[in-house]
Design a protein around this ligand. Sequence first.
Ligand code: KIV
Length: 245
Amino acid sequence: MVTCYDTWSAKIINDSAIDCILIGDSASMVMHGHPSTVHAHVDMMSAHVQAVSRGAPNKFLIGDIPFLAHRKGFEPLMNTVEILMKAGANSVKLEGARGHLEEISHIVESGVPVMGHLGLTPQSVNQLGGFKVQGKGEETARQIFEDAKALEQAGCFSMVLECIPAPLALEITDALSIPTIGIGSGPDTSGQVLVLQDMLGMDPGFQPKFVRRYLDGYQLIKDAVNHFDADVKAGNFPVKKESFV
Ligand code: KIV
């Protein structure tokens, strides 16, 4: 799985072997420059889901429920689910378990697949004290394990395990019958997810331990833009075959 927020990159992923696309609320950081995902909102997520669904009609799309939208009662939550599904999502993802397990079951019983998200849940960054590995201690590891079981019980079809120790991710994956998708949680989850811009090396200042860069996208794009600039300033662009006569 990779994240995606826009049509042009969705078209590329649509033609790739990637199984599914997460329209993550990380859009608020990657695409809008906010310091956290707390700034994502339903309209923002809906616009990104629409853009991706136009570019990737052949992929399974997971739309992220933004900050607090699942904590304000059933009606606002179900309105959010409806907006994301009508925007083109095939399922929704929401963070955490405690306090909204009934809501998750209600979404599932309404015919909408739900992906869970445990460990480092970025919407809780202010409570977690930063973007830190979770579940290192015995007590927090046990809580995450129990939450994973509860999410499966509530009807989730899969769950993201973000930044937890690899042995805990393995233990959870072994204990569940639904697939786990890891990010920063070692090699033993059922699948893996990365933020597209991270794996493409679009931000040279952002290199967390768990990201592998498959491209130096920042440098390649900068070089291409500078090449265009140099060609124009040298009078090398456009030439005759690039002009109408
Ligand atoms: O919003 C997001 O991109 C995510 C992934 C990091 C799993 O939730």
